[in-house]
Design a protein around this ligand. Structure first.
Ligand code: SAM
Length: 281
């Protein structure tokens, strides 16, 4: 298939550079540039936006982000083998792609944004390596210095579908848990569309999904550590009544203090009720 942007087709690029996918790096590449365009478009307008991408790999999604008019892409990639491939993309879009070789888990994205985005809008778009996806999301949602609203305007991220379901889950949903509470507290999170295994090379075992998150500007005030203690206890024994599961953090006394029925189970509590409990700790 002819490329949409004048660069060679991705399969050719990968063959020429011997960039065979490595499982240890969570490498499942996307070759269909119509699909990578669809993912990039899920982030909304990219005009004037500095985009941070984690794991550009051979650069399919990167190319789509640039083709859609992003001001700049700052990409963090751990696999040095991808750098010559990405240099070709960079030559095609002079001055618009900066690749940082490194581990995204050790990258201070807020500091990079302050340094690279000139105070303009920042969006994060990535087909994430599955083994570190949830941790990266948590890092972006719960920055250790407590800064909120964050440096990013939106996150458009590919996850395994099961993780996507947990991210967007609300009360009374089987997938609702600690991740759903954190995401619901700080963001509006939506599932955009599924991507079948055969869209990737090599195909993963499960279906993937693209999730789009935007930060709430005024989430209910709450201490993150306390919220995590409550959700950890509540969902650690999700089938038990809260008077039992919350025993380590105050049990019935705490529940009565805030007027929540001790016979309820974790899954039935709204995000607001979890925040109320955390604030009463
Ligand atoms: N964006 C490409 C695409 O859509 O075809 C590749 C996506 S692939 C699922 C994940 C990418 O993340 C790979 O290029 C891999 O080398 C990279 N990666 C894995 N672990 C990483 C880490 N800790 N930090 C940065 N990049 C990482």
């Amino acid at each position: 298939m002819a490329a949409l942007d004048g660069l060679p087709p991705l399969r050719d690029v990968i063959q020429r550079h011997g960039l065979d996918a490595k499982k240890s790096l969570g490498q499942n590449f996307l070759f269909d540039l119509n699909l990578t365009q669809k993912i990039a478009r899920s982030a909304g307008s990219l005009e004037g936006v500095t985009v941070f991408e984690v794991g550009p790999g051979p650069g399919g999604l990167t190319r789509s982000i640039l083709a859609l008019g992003a001001k700049k892409v700052i990409a963090v990639e751990r696999d040095a083998r991808a750098l010559p491939v990405l240099a070709e993309v960079s030559d095609f879009y002079p001055g618009k792609l900066e690749v940082i070789e490194g581990d995204a888990l050790k990258t201070d994205f807020a500091a990079l944004a302050a340094e690279k985005a000139d105070g303009g809008p920042v969006k994060i778009i990535a087909n994430l390596p599955y083994n570190i996806g949830t941790q990266l999301l948590i890092n972006w949602l719960l920055p250790t210095d407590g800064t909120w609203p964050p440096f990013w305007e939106s996150l458009t991220l590919m996850f395994q579908k099961e993780v996507g379901l947990r991210i967007v889950a609300d009360q009374d949903d089987d997938h609702y848990g600690r991740l759903g509470v954190i995401c619901g507290w700080r963001t509006d999170a939506h599932m955009m569309f599924d991507v079948p295994p055969q869209a990737f090379s090599p195909p993963p075992k499960v279906t993937s999904t693209v999730v789009h998150l935007t930060p709430r500007t005024n989430p209910l005030p709450c201490d993150v550590a306390k919220l995590e203690r409550i959700t950890h206890a509540a969902f650690g024994q999700r089938r038990k009544m809260l008077r039992q599961s919350l025993k380590p953090v105050g049990g019935e006394t705490l529940l009565n203090k805030v007027g929540i029925d001790p016979q309820r189970r974790a899954e039935t509590l709204s995000v607001e009720e979890f925040v109320t409990l955390a604030n009463a700790l």
